[in-house]
Write a protein that binds this ligand. Sequence first.
Ligand code: ZN
Length: 170
Amino acid sequence: MPTPISHAAVGLAIGVWTAPAPPDTRVCVLAAACAALPDIDVLWSSGLPHTSPFAHRALTHSILFAVVATIVITSAVFRQNRARLALPLGLALLSHSCLDALSTYSLGIAFLAPFSEHRFRFPWTPLGRPNGMILSQLAVESLLVLVPALLLAWLGWRIRGRSAVPTPSA
Ligand SMILES: [Zn+2]
């Protein structure tokens, strides 16, 4: 299963590339936190049946949660330009469930909770082999998610940070 670090790295890359240029550090860090947020359900989901909307990878991994959390967080943190700043946070929240759906861990993602308890996963599930060793799983995850996300974030920071710097007139 993707670790919180990998989720946050993906959120960071999303923040860097989708926040208004030049990317604001606060927006990017918030996007990283939003990308890790859905796993907050591990605090209360132990022992719950997978059919419960409060089970792991259920309500907090749904599209509805991403929309509501985006509205709440954007309204609470930002005073101006909320519609534009909601984009990186919303995409970061959605990225969590999409990344989880690339893994074989658990029964899948309840994208449509609380309206449906059906669990989804993508046809390609390179993350988390059921009987794989944890170190090899982490290596695969680093190769497919963590390192590319960090490289994309770094590249976006270089390119988009520079793009807003006014060029000296001749
Ligand atoms: Zn998750």
